[in-house]
Design a binder for this molecule. Structure first.
Ligand code: AMP
Length: 192
């Protein structure tokens, strides 16, 4: 079973994806994590994407589709893929459908995590503050300026995917403002 978690930054996609990995032996494919790993590995691609990410803009479709293709082909035995932060554009959504059909698979469920924008801003600024308080370094894009750009990128480029997957009949909407466990339960019900 392959699942897409759709929602704005701070909606809880990463948290819920990790839970599905633990509970169902699924494989989490987070393009944000892959891009952050590429940045620290000092590759040419990492250098190219760093400034774009820090501003909160989307990196090119070509780069993220390439990353996803590699991971899809490299994965061994597992309970399915959870796409977290991918696709983020209609072109990425089309590419994902094609890539999955190449390996004889499909998108089975798209879960939209619905939250309101005030909560997102609080969560993300809170996440940065917690990381710093614990002696860590906050994500370079977890500041108010980048957050505005990330939210705008979501509404302009990613939110059309809600309609796209609704029309395909794959969309389930979940209240992302509920507690972590309740959201997990709603997702479990939606994919049962
Ligand atoms: P995330 O961890 O999912 O919030 O992603 C962090 C940043 O990585 C985003 O703000 C984008 O700059 C970039 N990014 C992650 N996934 C994608 C994607 N599917 N398409 C384009 N850019 C992405």
């Amino acid at each position: 079973m392959n699942i897409i978690l759709l929602g704005p930054p701070g909606a809880g996609k990463g948290t819920q994806a990790r839970k599905l990995v633990d509970d169902r032996n699924m494989v989490q494919l987070s393009t944000g994590d892959m891009l952050r790993a590429a940045r620290t590995s000092g590759t040419e691609m990492g250098r190219k994407v760093a400034a774009v990410m820090d501003r909160g803009e989307l990196v090119t479709d070509e780069i993220v589709i390439g990353l996803i293709r590699e991971q899809l082909l490299a994965a061994g035995d597992h309970g399915g893929f959870i796409f977290d932060g991918f696709p983020r554009t209609l072109a990425q959504a089309d590419a994902l459908g094609e890539l999955l059909s190449e390996i004889g698979a499909r998108v089975d469920h798209v879960i939209e995590l619905q939250v309101n924008d005030d909560v997102l801003v609080e969560r993300i600024i809170g996440r940065a503050a917690e990381t710093v308080a614990a002696g860590g370094q906050a994500r370079a894009d977890d500041n108010e300026e980048s957050l505005k750009t990330r939210l705008m990128a979501y509404y302009k480029q990613t939110s059309p995917l809600v309609g796209y997957y609704y029309a395909k009949g794959d969309l389930k909407t979940v209240d992302g403002l509920a507690s972590m466990d309740d959201v997990a339960q709603s997702i479990a019900d939606a994919i049962a």
